[in-house]
Design a protein around this ligand. Structure first.
Ligand code: PLP
Length: 442
């Protein structure tokens, strides 16, 4: 049996952790089968405990843009560890990484490091409320901003539904201040802001979505958001936890030329270590304690190991050619669409730079509703078939896949071959029609 050890570790894990995992999507609930337990990674590959190799397109959900166990990054972590793992006092490396972030994001004059993307967005919301002295926020259906209470809310159907929590354990009172709108629908935003701006502190979004699968902002969506929020003195928060340093040495705000008021970062800036950051122009950031009255703190914030790993990652990244990565990904996606066509399977790939999602559908996917309308059963079958053949894709359609600078033309060729075979196999099967199993937290 190919996954013998994984299976036995999984069985034990099930008795000790909910669903055997420390974050929900790892349990493979949306795609079925048994999660593989990973032993190690190197470059574009991961190896499970049974020594099966996989070309990895999850890359720890985005952070590993240099690939696994990059030599210089590992060495930077090692050197930092030898000097001590945490001090709870300032270190020089924190200033160095802050300087890189501030230079790469013109809308950010000051930045605070935290320990996760969740913390970054949670703090950004508190900051926006403190600065504007208003309480309500607007978010978009299908955008994920971490698992803090106020953001675990999605809309039911209808244009503008005030908060219904999408997790139990979130009081209605928390969700009540969160207004949820459909992504890419600027008219919904305009009317909500126009009628409610006196209470609305901020609009928060993924400027490019990764968490309903990859969904791109439509032409002018971001710039229209910018002008509407500016006009009504509502802050615009870009959650660039995935997109920060993913498409260029900066964020989506550089790609689309739309500055945010507050920017949230995570994932790549930690290079695979736990980190997050939020930043803004000085007048906003100075609301944070101890200068201002917005309290936010962290025992391990700016942790030396996380900062050493993130700093080295960014220093290496600064010298690399993002265009190369984008071309590699474009080639992969074009080939995936081609093998789908030749297997007579309806599919569309949404891609920007080095992130992409394969949707089994005939229609354009531009928001959460259209993402939910895709054939999730077929995605599940596809996922299992390519996993079996050594390609590790996101274990749910509602996720982004990533490329790293460690991926090669050979990796892509192999992936396309594996996918071609898998698609022919599942093309013969009818879809399982599992229904919607959306997710809100990984
Ligand atoms: C991953 C993610 C988060 C949460 O970050 P964690 O480090 O998992 O807490 C927030 N926003 C976006 C857009 C993300 O992709």
């Amino acid at each position: 049996m190919k996954n013998k050890k994984s299976y036995s570790y999984y069985k034990q894990a099930l008795t000790l952790m909910p669903a055997g995992v420390n974050s929900p999507v790892r349990a493979f609930t949306a795609v079925g089968g048994t999660p593989v337990f990973i032993d190690r990674g190197k470059g574009s590959r991961i190896y499970d405990v049974d020594d099966n190799a996989y070309i990895d397109y999850v890359l720890s959900w985005g952070p590993l843009i240099l690939g696994h166990a990059h030599k210089e990054v590992v060495s930077a972590i090692r050197q930092a560890a030898l000097k001590g793992t945490s001090f709870g006092a300032p270190t020089k490396a924190e200033t160095q990484i802050a300087e890189i972030i501030v230079r790469a994001f013109p809308s950010v004059e000051k930045v605070r490091l935290v320990n996760s993307g969740t913390e970054a967005v949670m703090s950004a919301i508190r900051l926006a409320r403190s600065f504007t002295k208003k309480n309500k926020i607007i978010k978009f259906e299908g955008c994920y901003h971490g698992h803090s209470d106020a953001l675990l809310v999605k809309a039911g159907s209808g244009l503008a539904t005030f908060g219904v929590p999408s997790s139990s354990g979130v009081p209605l009172d928390c969700a009540r201040n969160t207004l949820v709108l459909p992504y890419n629908n600027i008219d919904a935003v305009r009317s909500a802001v126009r009628s409610g701006y006196k209470d609305i502190a901020a609009v928060v979004l993924e400027p490019v979505c990764g968490n309903m699968g990859v969904v791109l902002p439509r032409k002018n969506f971001l710039s229209d958001l910018r002008s509407i929020t500016q006009k009504y003195r509502v802050l615009l928060i870009f959650d660039e936890v995935i997109t920060g340093f993913r498409f260029c040495f900066g964020g989506s705000q550089k790609v689309y030329n739309v500055p945010a008021d507050i920017t949230c970062l995570g994932k790549i800036i930690g290079g695979g270590m736990p980190i997050g950051a939020y930043g803004a122009r000085q007048e906003i950031m100075d609301c944070a304690a101890p200068l201002g009255s917005m309290y936010q703190a962290g025992t391990l914030s700016g942790n030396p190991l996380a900062v050493a790993c993130g700093l080295k990652t960014l220093q290496i990244l600064r010298e690399l050619d993002y265009n190369r990565l984008s071309i590699l990904c474009e080639g992969l996606c074009r080939n995936i669409e081609e093998v789908c066509r030749s297997a007579s399977i309806d599919a569309r790939v949404n891609r920007i730079g080095s992130m992409f999602t394969l949707f089994f559908t005939t229609k354009e996917v531009f928001d959460y509703r259209t993402a939910c309308a895709c054939d999730l059963g077929r995605y599940a079958a596809f996922f299992r078939a390519v996993l079996e053949a050594g390609v590790y894709m996101a274990p749910a359609q509602f996720e982004a896949n990533f490329l790293s600078f460690a991926h090669t033309d050979k990796d892509i060729e192999r992936t396309v071959r594996v996918m071609g075979k898998a698609l022919k196999k599942i093309g013969c099967m009818s879809s399982e029609g599992r229904g919607t199993t959306a997710r809100y937290a990984r």
